[in-house]
Design a protein around this ligand. Structure first.
Ligand code: COA
Length: 171
């Protein structure tokens, strides 16, 4: 599927709130589960649009320009030239069609070729094998395990730290 990335628009909160309230999507993310109201989501989008220097949230769009997910570079650290990566294909039927891989590559291009970052890192639940396979395929390397890092679904879960350096991306 062809995709594009674009800036957040205020109305995007209407879809994002649906994705964020879907346990099938959020159970795979590192964050804790919480119920999000439309009002809170709208405020989050407003805040993300206003403060896009340290945290960049881009909307993933499908061939029809419909929003299907979010890809993010957060904690952008211009002194140490690194940032944290995360991704959520919120629209379940768009998963497994190459969208995650293309969006990750586009965001890495932005990180390394436009923001001139040196390192992009991420954390992922060790049981999220689909995401780990994607990151390994792209060239992220394992940095280590954060033991019992988050409490989700009645148990403590480990998270894996992965990263890719600019020199590895260029290769
Ligand atoms: C994880 C996620 C980003 C992957 O994106 P996607 O569009 O579904 O994946 P893609 O179609 O681009 O697949 C890329 C690679 O991921 C792996 N992958 C994708 N779906 C898979 C599946 N069902 N089983 C095993 N591996 C899979 C494969 O390595 C695949 O490459 P291949 O097709 O050459 O084998 C997406 O499914 C998602 O957002 N899931 C919910 C939230 C989430 O887990 N976010 C990541 C948190 S760290």
């Amino acid at each position: 599927m062809d995709i594009c990335l674009r800036a957040l628009e205020l109305d995007d909160y209407k879809k994002i709130v649906i994705w964020r309230n879907n346990p099938e999507v959020t159970d795979l993310l590192g964050g804790n589960r919480f119920y999000v109201s439309s009002h809170r989501e709208k405020e989050w989008v407003e805040d993300a649009i206003r403060n896009d220097r340290k945290n960049l949230h881009l909307v993933i769009c499908d061939t029809d320009k419909e929003a299907i997910g979010l890809v993010n570079l957060t904690n952008i650290d211009l002194q140490n030239r690194k940032a944290e990566f995360s991704i959520m294909i919120g629209d379940k039927k768009s998963q497994g069609k190459g969208v995650g891989e293309k969006s990750t590559l586009l965001m890495l291009k932005h990180a390394f070729e436009f923001l001139n970052l040196n390192k992009v890192w991420l954390t992922v639940l060790t049981n999220n094998t689909i995401a780990i396979k994607l990151y390994e395929k792209i060239g992220f390397k394992n940095e280590g395990i954060l033991r019992q890092e988050v409490y989700k679904n009645n148990s403590y879960q480990d998270m894996l730290v992965m990263s890719i350096l600019k020199e590895e991306y260029v290769k």
